[in-house]
Design a protein. Structure first.
Length: 349
């Protein structure tokens, strides 16, 4: 991973004007989108309060506001997609050009297969792993920034709207401050802990699946180009074995995805309902209006969506770690070849 970042991070200095401009643009989109979400949360409160009061004038006013908020949210989402994919495309192009240059220099592509103890499958790593290694970090970073700001904003909303909750365990009066925040943190912590538990082996499973896929492509290419294995069944045998390994690893990955989906889907399904349920006692005793209940439930769901960043992105994070490590291994192999050749300085990647 360190070797991968040593090379890949060069994009930030080589194209610093473009890279930092796009990052700034994406950060602005995230902040503006959060402001729109916050305003929609307030709209949710005002609309249902007006509905409970049967205030037709206020309902009409809120109905006029909704299309403007929706249009702003859609425009910001489209702009963020442009910025994110432009960054990913430029970063992938920069990294792929340097990997290809390093791979072709001084016939390294020939020496790589001859000198390394196991096949490096450079074609797959340059074409596929480099794509994943440059696509995922931008998605993950933008998502993490958005989730962090969303959590901070709507935790404050939950604290202000929910207030404190009076408990009388065993006849003792006890005031629980910010009880909606405590419920939200507890529920989010449980979901993320469950995801880390069921998905703890996912990175290793994805690594083995990717290795099996690249090995299968290598064997097919080797058989086509050199007729490896001789005529008849001897040529089919390595292909059949490699395909079997690919399918075995896919079965293992399927099991991992089933377990993580169990946690993520259950969490997404229950979060809005839990938000409503924990507001019921305060609505019944009259300390919360209907609009505040729906506002708190929406804020609860927003906080859970933010906390859900790890739950939603754990498989993607594991796949990125696998691909980045494989690109780093290719770079280390090329470093060893340059060292054996007595190069005073390895070619920059």
């Amino acid at each position: 991973m360190r070797r991968f970042w040593h090379t890949a991070s060069g994009f930030w200095s080589a194209g610093r004007g473009l890279a930092w401009s796009l990052i700034t643009f994406l950060a602005i989109c995230v902040v503006l989108q959060l402001l729109v979400q916050y305003r929609l949360n307030l709209w949710n409160r005002d609309f249902f309060n007006a509905l409970e009061a049967r205030n037709s004038g206020q309902l009409r006013h809120q109905a006029y506001l909704l299309p403007a908020f929706a249009a702003a949210s859609v425009l910001l989402a489209v702009s963020a997609v442009w910025g994110r994919m432009t960054f990913q495309r430029r970063w992938r192009e920069w990294l792929t050009r340097r990997l290809t240059k390093r791979w072709l220099a001084r016939d390294n592509y020939r020496r790589l297969d001859a000198d390394e103890p196991e096949p490096q499958l450079a074609e797959y790593r340059i074409a596929e792993d480099a794509r994943v290694a440059t696509d995922a970090p931008i998605d993950l970073a933008v998502g993490l920034l958005s989730s962090t700001l969303t959590a901070a904003t709507f935790v404050a909303v939950l604290w202000n709207v929910g207030g404190s909750f009076d408990l009388t365990p065993h006849g003792i009066d006890f005031v629980l401050p910010g009880y909606l925040v405590i419920c939200s943190l507890a529920y989010g912590g449980f979901a993320n802990g469950a995801m880390m538990l069921v998905g703890r082996n996912m990175a290793r499973v994805i690594e083995r699946k990717n290795q099996a896929e690249s090995q299968f492509k290598f064997i097919l290419s080797h058989v086509r180009e050199k007729g490896a294995g001789g005529p008849g069944p001897r040529r089919v045998a390595p292909i059949a074995y490699s395909l079997g390994e690919v399918l075995r690893q896919w079965r293992r990955l399927c099991g991992q995805h089933m377990r993580t989906t169990l946690v993520s889907h259950g969490h997404t399904l229950l979060a809005p309902l839990v938000g409503l349920v924990v507001c019921v006692p305060k609505y019944i005793d009259g300390s919360m209006m209907l609009g505040e209940v729906t506002q708190a439930a929406a804020a609860f769901a927003a906080v859970q969506g933010a906390f859900n960043w790890l739950v939603d992105n754990y498989p993607r994070l594991a796949e990125w770690a696998s691909s980045a490590a494989r690109v780093g291994n290719l770079l280390l192999a090329l470093d060893r070849i340059d060292a054996k050749a007595g190069s005073p300085q390895p070619l920059p990647a």
